[in-house]
Design a protein around this ligand. Structure first.
Ligand code: NAD
Length: 311
């Protein structure tokens, strides 16, 4: 039977995507891979070590498991990428190119690769940033993810490979802690509030960024993945976002549920990354082409996260 391969499946998005896919598939339809961390995933699933920098290993896994669909999540995110640009370049560029080239070579039907708001640079419009707007990213993460979008377009036009992707904003989840991104403070802040602890934030109080609750991100990922090919005008560059908030605004919204919650602001190198990104996105292309829609407001998300974190 044809299978779905997920790379980077032990990461923050991997676990959540798996839950979403399991609404329509059985565990035998899915092969989970990562370079490490697979022990955190239930043994109910088939799991294999895969370093996406190794082209031969990717080909072997696709061939031996009759892989039809790929969700390529393996990546080095923004903050870790600035600490180790060589690694970010290697994993994000070579990993993405290997997945696309092997998919062409072995006839994979569809490949989903998430992109990011990090593809925009400081020259882009800060508010309501459109799909194509002065994309001169300044982080290694942004440079590699932007190039990934071009590679998706390249193999679509050259070989007809059905490539699809979304530029995720900062994603918030109560299930899997984030590890290496610039927007991670938001989950951490809510986690501290849920435990009634004060929080020290590494961004400035007014550093506004686009964000989204994980269930909305996953539902829309599957929606785009299943959308009719003819309705898509873009490959990897669909902007999506639910709302924009700054650390100060998030702290204020949290106080409705945790009165007296205290935050101190001590910006570090991640503030510069945040300043180079848009504050809000124009998502009209995603709405028009494949029906992008969200369920959770900021207030509903905070309430839902605190409730689940406390449980
Ligand atoms: N989480 C967010 O807020 C966010 C926002 C925008 C875009 N994205 C995108 O979503 C995707 C998944 O992100 P995430 O948040 O799950 O990241 P993550 O850092 O939580 O997980 C990435 C996974 O990739 C794995 N990995 C690293 N190097 C590898 C290699 N050489 N071979 C195989 N696996 C390797 C890691 O072990 C990790 O489990 C990425 O493409 C990222 O750019 C995430």
């Amino acid at each position: 039977m044809s299978k779905i391969l997920i790379t980077g499946s032990a990461g923050q998005v991997g676990g959540e995507l798996l839950s979403e896919l399991m609404k329509q598939h059985s565990s035998s339809d899915i092969l989970l891979t990562d370079i490490s961390g697979l022990e955190r995933i239930s043994d109910e699933y088939e799991k294999m070590i895969l370093d996406v920098r190794k082209y031969g290993d990717i080909k072997k896994i696709i061939e031996e498991n009759d892989i039809k669909y790929i969700f390529h999540l393996a990546s080095i995110l923004s903050a870790k990428g600035e600490e180790n640009p060589m690694l970010a370049f290697d994993v994000n560029m070579n990993g993405t190119h290997n997945i696309l080239a092997a998919s062409v070579e072995l006839g994979v039907s569809r490949v989903f690769i998430p992109s990011t708001i990090g593809v925009f640079g400081p020259e882009a419009k800060k508010d309501n940033t459109p799909t194509w707007n002065a994309s001169r990213p300044r982080t290694m993460y942004g440079i590699t993810k932007f190039t990934g979008e071009f590679l998706m377009q390249y193999y679509f036009e050259r070989n007809g490979l059905d490539t699809r992707g979304i530029r995720y904003p900062g994603l918030l989840s109560y299930k899997t802690p984030p590890t290496a991104g610039t927007t991670d403070y938001a989950v951490d802040m809510i986690m501290h509030a849920a435990r009634k602890k004060d929080y020290i934030c590494y961004l400035k109080e007014d550093a506004s960024l686009p964000m989204m609750y994980m269930p909305d991100a996953m539902e829309n990922t599957i929606k785009l993945f299943n959308a009719p090919a003819a309705s898509l005008r873009y490959r990897g560059e669909y902007n999506i976002s639910s709302f924009t908030f700054s650390p100060g605004e998030l702290a204020q919204a949290i106080r409705e549920f945790v009165p007296g919650f205290k935050v101190e602001y001590r910006p570090d190198y991640r503030q510069k990354i945040a300043e180079s990104w848009p504050k809000s996105l124009d998502c009209s292309d995603a709405i028009k082409d494949w029906g992008f829609k969200i369920r959770f407001t900021l207030k509903e998300m905070i309430e839902n996260m605190i409730l689940n974190m406390r449980q």
